[in-house]
Design a protein around this ligand. Structure first.
Ligand SMILES: [Zn+2]
Length: 418
C-alpha cells in the first residue's frame, strides 16, 4: 500500500507569488519548522538564481550539521541540461532536484510558439535528468507543468521516459487549478497504473479545490499502487489563488471521513507545530490568517450561538472534529502593550542586550555581542520588520551560517553592458 508524504513548496511557489516574498533568514526558519514537523521535503528555492546561492548553500550546511535533518532540501529548476549545470555550479552541495517543463498543447503552442515539438520536450527533459544524475543529484522529480491540460497519452509517455532515465518521482502539476477531485483521481490513478512511478500532486486553488484535489490525487496514486507526495504551502500562499494549504492538507489526510485507515502518512507528522508555522508564515509574509482558516484561524474553535456553545461545553466532539491542543494552540498570545524594545537595522548594543537577555541569552564579551548585533541589523535590513525570537536565537546560535545567509553580492556580477 502506497503512503502519503508532504513536499512543501512555500520557499519556491510561495515566494514567487506577486506582492509577496521572504527574506533568506525567513526561508531558513520555514525549513527548520518544516523539518521539526516531519515534512519529507522542502522545495527550498531556485538554485539558478544568483541571489539564492548563499542561502541555499548555507541551508545545505545546516543539513550537514544535522540541524536540517532528515528533511530533503529540493531545488526547483527548468528541465534543461544548461540549468542543471548552472545549478550545480552555483550550489555544488545540491542533492535533490525537481526539473520542470510544460507538457500541454496550450503551453507548447502558447509559450514555445512552434520552437519545440513534443519530441523536443521529451528529449530536453531526458537530457536534464542525465545531466542531474551525472552531477550527483541523489533524487530527481520531474514536473509536467500544466499536466491537467495535457492529454493522458502524452503524460504517460512523458512520465515513462522520465522513469526510464532514472527519475524518482513524477510531479503532476495542476498549474491552473483546473482539475476537480473526480478528474484528478482518475488521471493520477491511470498514471500510477501505467507508469508505476511515485506521483507528486501539485494543486492550485483557482477554483477553491486545491486541498480536495490533492487528497483525491493522492488516493488515485495509492489506488494505482504508488506513493503520493502532496505539494503544500504554508497558509496556502502561492501564485494567484494559492496552493494546497499545509495545515488543511494534513488535517484532511488525518481527520477526514475514512482517512487514516487505507491512506496513511509515510512519515509521522507532529501536528502540534501547525500553529507555530502558520503564525510565523503569516508574520513573515505580512498576510493575516483569515478568521475562518482551517485549524489555525481565529474562529476555528470559537463558538457563540446558544446551541453550539451549549453543545461544545457538554462535549467538544459535538461541534469540533479535533482538539485545538493537537495543533499546538492554547497558549495565551503574549503581546507587549507597554514599552517595547524591538530589533531594527539601526539598533544599538544596549537595546540588543536587553532583547536577548529577556530570552536568557548572554554573550561572552562585548565583542561577541557587537558581532551578533551586526548580523541582526543585516537581518533587519532584509526583513524590514522586527525579528521574532526564533530568528534572534538562530543568529546567536549559528552566526557563521547567518553571515552566509545574509550575504548578497551583486558587485560580483560582470559590468552591465560588458
Ligand atoms: Zn505551482
Amino acid at each position: 500500500m502506497g503512503k502519503i508524504y508532504i513536499i512543501d513548496v512555500t520557499n519556491r511557489d510561495g515566494v514567487q507569488t506577486a506582492r509577496l516574498g521572504l527574506s533568506k533568514l525567513e526561508k531558513t526558519m520555514i525549513n527548520i519548522y518544516l523539518n521539526e514537523m516531519g515534512v519529507f521535503q522542502s522545495e527550498f528555492g531556485f538554485p539558478t538564481t544568483k541571489h539564492e546561492a548563499f542561502y541555499l548553500e548555507a541551508n545545505e550546511e545546516l543539513a550537514e550539521m544535522g540541524v536540517l535533518k532528515p528533511i530533503h532540501l529540493g531545488g526547483w529548476i527548468r528541465a534543461t541540461a544548461g540549468d542543471v549545470k548552472t545549478a550545480f555550479q552555483l550550489v555544488p552541495k545540491l542533492k535533490h532536484l525537481n526539473l520542470s517543463i510544460s507538457t500541454s498543447e496550450q503551453m507548447i503552442q502558447g509559450k514555445f510558439q512552434g520552437r519545440k515539438t513534443k519530441d523536443d520536450i521529451l528529449q530536453t527533459m531526458v537530457d536534464a535528468i542525465e545531466a542531474a544524475r551525472s552531477l550527483g543529484a541523489e533524487t530527481i522529480g520531474v514536473n509536467a507543468e500544466d499536466a491537467s491540460r495535457t492529454e493522458l497519452d502524452f503524460l504517460v509517455k512523458f512520465a515513462s521516459e522520465a522513469k526510464a532515465h532514472g527519475a524518482d518521482r513524477f510531479r503532476y502539476c495542476d498549474t491552473l487549478g483546473y482539475d476537480n477531485p473526480f478528474t484528478i483521481y482518475e488521471t493520477v490513478k491511470a498514471l500510477a497504473e501505467n507508469v508505476a512511478i511515485a506521483i507528486e500532486l501539485h494543486c492550485h486553488n483557482d477554483l477553491g479545490m486545491a486541498v480536495a484535489n490533492s487528497i483525491a490525487g493522492a488516493k488515485g496514486a495509492i489506488d494505482g499502487g504508488q506513493d503520493a507526495y502532496i505539494n503544500t504551502t504554508v497558509n496556502g500562499i502561492g501564485e494567484r489563488a494559492g496552493n494546497a494549504d499545509l495545515v488543511a492538507t494534513l488535517l484532511a489526510v488525518l481527520k477526514s471521513k475514512g482517512s487514516g485507515d487505507e491512506y496513511q502518512l509515510g512519515r509521522p507528522i507532529d501536528l502540534s507545530k501547525a500553529w507555530k508555522i502558520a503564525k510565523f508564515g503569516s508574520y513573515a509574509f505580512g498576510v493575516p490568517l483569515p478568521i475562518n482558516q482551517p485549524g489555525v484561524g481565529e474562529n476555528a474553535f470559537a463558538h457563540a450561538s446558544g446551541i453550539h456553545a451549549d453543545g461544545v461545553l457538554k462535549d467538544p466532539h459535538n461541534y469540533e472534529l479535533y482538539d485545538y491542543t493537537e495543533l499546538g494552540r492554547g497558549e495565551p498570545d503574549l503581546v507587549e502593550t507597554g514599552r517595547e524594545i524591538c530589533s531594527g537595522e539601526y539598533g544599538g548594543v544596549s537595546g540588543f542586550r536587553h532583547i536577548m537577555g529577556k530570552m536568557e541569552v548572554s554573550f561572552a564579551d562585548s565583542d561577541e555581542a557587537e558581532r551578533i548585533l551586526t548580523l541582526v541589523r543585516y537581518a533587519n535590513v532584509a526583513a524590514q520588520k522586527p525579528l521574532v525570537e526564533d530568528e534572534l536565537l538562530f543568529i546567536a546560535k549559528y552566526p557563521d551560517i547567518a553571515k552566509k545567509l545574509l550575504t548578497l553580492r551583486p558587485l560580483d556580477m560582470p559590468e552591465i553592458g560588458a
